[in-house]
Design a protein around this ligand. Structure first.
Ligand code: AMP
Length: 200
């Protein structure tokens, strides 16, 4: 099963991706994670990516596409994967189609977790206030301002890619504001409907 998962920061993408991994025996491929790992390892790609990531920009398509292409060739990805954070541009989406076509494979579904962002922002504001009141340390990137910035980036990047998949008839939207288990059930229902749950 090969999937792409979209969701604004704070939409619960990580949790749902993890559940898909467990249910279907697939791997979660997060380009953000892979790039951070390359940066930590200090590889040439990692050094180049780190600068861009620190400034909130997009790492060039050729770099990210090469990383994904290598990764999906690894044995643990043969049974399938859920992509998280990729594709972020139409060029990346096209490259993904091409690399899968080369293997005689294709994407089964693209799932978008829809959320009400004003509620997400309110939640994080309350959480930070509570942490401060309890005297707990607050992570520098875990605050309303940082979330707003990441949401803005998401809105700038995502619509053309979502549109690309909508036109291909692959896009399935799920209400990400529902309780976590209900979101999981909705995703499973979407996949079962399209025969996804029965395929490798
Ligand atoms: P994320 O963890 O998905 O929010 O990604 C963190 C950062 O990694 C992003 O802000 C980008 O700088 C970079 N990045 C991750 N995935 C991609 C991608 N598909 N294309 C370009 N840059 C990416």
């Amino acid at each position: 099963m090969r999937l792409v998962l979209f969701g604004a920061p704070g939409a619960g993408k990580g949790t749902q991706a993890q559940r898909l991994v467990e249910k279907h025996g697939i791997v979660q491929l997060s380009t953000g994670e892979m790039l951070r790992a390359s940066a930590r390892a200090g590889t040439p790609v990692g050094q180049r990516a780190k600068d861009i990531m620190d400034h909130g920009g997009l790492v060039p398509d050729d770099i990210v596409i090469a990383i994904v292409s290598d990764r999906i060739d690894e044995p643990d990805a043969h049974h399938g994967f859920v992509l998280d954070g990729f594709p972020r541009t139409v060029a990346q989406a096209q490259a993904l189609d091409a690399m899968l076509a080369q293997k005689g494979a294709k994407l089964e579904a693209v799932i978008e977790l829809k959320v009400d962002e004003s509620i997400l922002l309110k939640r994080i504001t309350t959480r930070v206030e509570e942490m401060i009141a309890r005297g707990e340390p607050v992570r520098a990137d875990d605050n309303p301002t940082a979330l707003k910035k990441r949401l803005d980036a998401y809105h700038e990047q995502t619509p053309p890619v979502i549109d690309y998949y909508a036109k291909k008839g692959l896009l399935r939207s799920v209400d990400g504001m529902a309780p976590v288990d209900a979101v999981t059930a909705a995703i499973n229902a979407v996949l079962a409907q399209h025969g996804g749950a029965n395929r490798g």
